[in-house]
Design a protein around this ligand. Structure first.
Ligand code: IPE
Ligand code: IPE
Ligand code: MG
Length: 257
């Protein structure tokens, strides 16, 4: 079986699965899919074309991550702040999301074989009804899959997520379902959009920017950060391997010695 996206690579490429053991792989990878606009600009295209190309990269990397044994991967697709963009661009991004959701439905059998669970993280209440319905359907169709959870962060902001958790906890305390002393890290964790997922181990940002831009604020406290100048539409499975190899060399101490 070929590994997704490796078909055109040089024959000497060593599969990452023979370079790194399962234990050396990050359990949860976060990917900030940045640089679509600049990619389009470099080619004299509309920003929208960059998003379309970026959506293809997303499909390739998601599939590849699941094949090599990454358990959780979360892609930042649309931030709480991205509504500030021109309406035309926001609409184009929503349209790409629709296309992906429609395809996920028709490709259910394939996803089933791959054991991919699709999960959307973020405040989806702001989206048009048809998109909300498709998201709920995508969740339902894949909820029992356990091999790889592919999360897509839309209308996501790390701070907004923490506010949501604080409100959920306050409501439980107000109803008498929980005491203040019971508020701990696990309690907050269980109220996040990412409830049930481990913290992010590795966060990858292409396009040369070295910031989080409100991504996985709570979950990234001990994440290793990897950045590259490659723009997201050009990001390949080889670039993903490079990030994994770099991650495997990091000495993680979590405050210990
Ligand atoms: C990331 O690419 C995609 C979204 C934020 C939706 P950008 O659109 O931010 O691309 P640049 O940063 O302008 O190149
Ligand atoms: C972060 O990229 C959001 C996504 C990739 C979805 P931005 O392009 O919005 O981030 P800033 O504005 O450069 O920090
Ligand atoms: Mg950007």
């Amino acid at each position: 079986m070929s590994i997704a996206g490796t078909e055109n690579n040089s024959p000497e490429r060593v599969p990452i699965t023979s370079l790194l053991s399962k234990e050396e792989l990050p359990k949860h990878v976060g990917v900030i899919m940045d640089g679509n606009g600049r990619w389009a600009k470099q080619r004299g295209l509309k920003r929208y074309e960059g998003h379309r190309e970026g959506a293809k990269t997303f499909r390739r990397i998601a599939e590849y991550a699941s094949e090599i044994g990454i358990r959780y991967i979360t892609f930042y697709a649309f931030s709480s702040e991205n509504w500030k963009r021109p309406q035309e661009e926001v609409n184009a991004i929503l349209q790409l999301l629709r296309e992906y959701l429609d395809e996920a439905e028709s490709r259910q059998k394939e996803n089933e074989e791959k054991g991919i669970r699709i999960r959307f993280v973020g405040d989806i209440s702001k989206f048009p009804e048809d998109i909300k319905d498709k998201i709920n359907e995508a969740h339902r169709l894949s909820e029992d899959k356990t091999r790889c959870t592919v999360s897509i962060a839309i209308n996501y902001g790390g701070r907004q997520e923490i506010i949501k958790a604080v409100k959920d906890i306050a409501a439980k305390v107000q109803k008498g379902e929980m005491s203040i002393d019971e508020i701990d890290e696990a309690a907050v964790d269980s109220c996040l959009y990412t409830a049930g997922m481990p913290d992010a181990d590795l966060i990858i940002r292409p396009s040369g920017e070295i910031r989080l831009s409100n991504f996985l604020t709570w979950q990234s406290v001990y994440a290793e950060f990897y950045y590259t100048n490659v723009l997201w539409p050009d990001f390949t499975t080889e670039d993903f391997d490079k990030a994994l190899l770099d991650f495997a060399k990091r000495g993680r101490r979590f405050g210990g010695v």
